[in-house]
Design a protein around this ligand. Structure first.
Ligand code: FAD
Length: 572
């Protein structure tokens, strides 16, 4: 009789714990060993930012499972404070160091699963790593930040990097009463979404008092100069600014942890992650890999990339465990569906953004809509900023981004499901979604977004994008069809104004020989105008997303918040 299977898993958090628990559900007699360098297994690293300020009050609630809990429930051989040092592929042996005793020993395996995660990216910035500098990757990092904060909350904090974790941390530190600066080398926060959508997050941070500095590089961390405010560090930037910081959180991204894989001669991809096939198998038939350490294929472009997210790590863990235990399973790839909260604003995206589409040489069009989260007559409606990227040829949806204060996750998840199900803009325009006044609208925002795209695919509407407005030739007319009070609040320079309800009567004021770009607040009323003018023989395009999208890309321009009037206009 064959001895029971022996599986070793390196890494005991998101991906690793998933592999272990699933493997046990498929085999009662397998010997499943989890090797984890840290003291904790299966904890909620996604929750770490929220305990720093006490939004998640109990530290213990982050510990989803303890080593003993995993032993009891799943009969796992969990070895914490143990580091996997080396793989001998010929002998199918892993060398492990007990970090408490210093002892090193070998353990054989039938199958080995690597789930070692990623490491915070660091750069050789002079002064980096001074007292008061922290990354946030694991429980001890969170504990160290809390301990540094101590009883006297630091006055100033600088977060380097405006990705998801950086912005979550910036919010939490602001809640604690710190004056927070976020420094980002790129020209926008949240690189996974497009610039015209990232704007909403940036402005929201600023509205909450966070000093957001884009296009800015940290050149050094120094002691305060004579006469400067006392601080643990002075953050020196390439624009010459010097920012005092009692606390610095370095959140500059992550890189896959591939030391074991590289040393063992496993294939590493162009982006530095472990290469696996669709079964999560590495280039060694007995070694598998999951989570932040691997490269994943985008199902739309088939291109490789690194996507560090908990959902994919968990699903990959399940696929790997199935295959290890002899049940064939396939991972379909990663779309990068993600969400983050910045104060009370939610930003979510799925699929390809404009940069990825351009890199992939994929022809696409973008529409923006700004509907209300539910009908305007029911209290509490909030504007949603929604963007869809799609093929004008056949209506294939490539990506979606949604920003707002209400129902963002629900809308984005419908769009993510639609993309993964291969639905076109026509399919999504026709989706039957739930509706009652407190929840949505008879034409759900998701339907509206897809309808705007379908109008483009069908050739019913030609659209113009916000970035075209700045480079218009003198011949093109920008026509604003909003109401007079909306117009008074702000306008696109050089535009002319005829309110929608007067347009039929005043159409003679327009010159048929000149192309027109028509706009309103969100693109919806201007769509009606665009149809009317096109049917009257004008060459006319609708500004996608209206003045709201244009203003999002022109933060220096005056802008206005929608008041009750605009909200009721949107609700029509
Ligand atoms: P991890 O969960 O990091 O686990 C890897 C483990 O392997 C580590 O514990 C490490 O100690 C161990 N290890 C490494 N090398 C060795 C070795 N040689 N020997 C033994 N052990 C080793 N994702 C989301 O989708 N949504 C979120 O809201 C979100 N928020 C996040 C917030 C923070 C602060 C952080 C840090 C991450 C967040 N993520 C989020 C990302 C998500 O946590 C990761 O994508 C996920 O944990 C990856 O799982 P993993 O198993 O690959 O790696």
């Amino acid at each position: 009789m064959r001895a029971s299977k022996k599986v070793i898993i390196v890494g005991g958090v998101a991906g690793g714990a998933s592999v272990a628990a699933r493997a046990r559900r498929l085999s009662e007699d397998a010997h499943i060993i989890v090797i984890e360098r840290g003291s904790f297994v299966s904890y909620a690293n996604c929750g770490l930012p929220f305990h720093i300020s006490g939004e998640i009050p109990e530290r213990e609630s982050l510990l989803v499972q303890t080593p003993q809990g995993l032993r009891n429930r799943f009969n796992l051989d969990v070895r914490t404070e143990s580091e996997a040092l080396r793989i001998d592929r010929d002998d199918k042996t892993l060398t492990i160091k007990n970090l408490v005793t210093g002892e090193t020993y070998d353990e054989t395996y039938d199958d080995l699963v690597l789930a070692p995660g990623a490491q915070p990216l660091s750069f050789p910035i002079p002064g980096i790593g001074r007292a008061g500098h922290f990354a946030l990757r694991a429980i001890p990092d969170m504990d160290a930040i809390i301990a540094w904060n101590g009883d006297v909350t630091p006055r100033n904090a600088t977060v380097v990097g405006a990705g998801y974790v950086g912005l979550e941390v910036a919010e939490q530190l602001t809640h604690m009463g710190m004056s927070v600066t976020v420094i980002e080398a790129r020209s926008q926060a949240l690189a996974v979404i497009d610039e015209d959508m990232a704007f909403w997050a940036q402005r929201h941070l600023e509205d909450h008092g966070v000093d957001v500095r884009l296009d800015t590089l940290v050149t050094s961390f120094e002691d305060p100069a004579e006469g400067e405010e006392a601080a643990a560090s002075v953050v020196v930037c390439n624009d010459g600014s010097r920012i005092p910081a009692d606390l610095v959180v370095l959140s500059m991204g992550v890189k896959p942890e591939v030391t074991l894989a590289t040393d063992a001669g496993l294939a590493i991809g162009d982006f530095g992650g472990i290469r696996v096939n669709q079964h999560m198998r590495t280039t060694d038939e007995h070694i598998w890999a999951v989570g932040d350490a691997i490269e994943v294929r985008n199902p739309i472009t088939r291109e490789w990339s690194l996507i560090a997210l908990a959902g994919p790590a968990n699903r990959q863990g399940r696929v790997a465990a199935d295959n290890v235990m002899g049940r064939p399973a396939t991972y379909r790839g990663t779309y990068g569906t993600s969400i983050v909260r910045v104060f009370d604003l939610t930003i979510a995206s799925t699929g390809l953004n404009e940069d990825a589409l351009k890199r992939g040489g994929i022809a696409y069009e973008a529409v923006h809509v700004h509907p209300l989260s539910h009908v305007g007559y029911y209290p509490g409606a909030e504007i949603l900023d929604m963007k869809l990227l799609f093929s004008v040829g056949d209506g294939t949806i490539y990506g979606a981004q949604v920003v707002g204060k209400e129902t963002v996750a629900r809308r984005l998840d419908v769009l993510a499901t639609a993309i993964q199900g291969g639905m076109t803009v026509d399919d999504v325009a026709q989706l039957e979604l739930c509706y009652a006044p407190a929840y949505g609208a008879p034409k759900d925002p998701v339907n509206l977004l897809a309808m705007a795209a379908r109008n483009v695919v069908n050739g019913d509407v030609d659209i113009a994008q916000w970035y075209e407005i700045d480079d218009l030739d003198d011949n093109t007319v920008v026509l604003d069809v909003r109401s007079a009070d909306e117009r008074d609040a702000s306008s696109i320079p050089g535009s002319i104004h005829i309110p929608l309800d007067e347009l039929r009567d005043r159409v003679d004021e327009l010159d048929k020989s000149r192309p027109i770009i028509v706009h309103c607040f969100s693109g919806q009323r201007s769509y009606f105008a665009q149809r009317m003018l096109a049917l009257n023989g004008f060459t006319v395009r609708n500004l996608a997303g209206g003045i709201r999208s244009w203003q999002a890309a022109h933060p220096d321009r005056e802008r206005h918040e929608p008041d009750a009037h605009h909200v009721s206009a949107l609700a029509k």
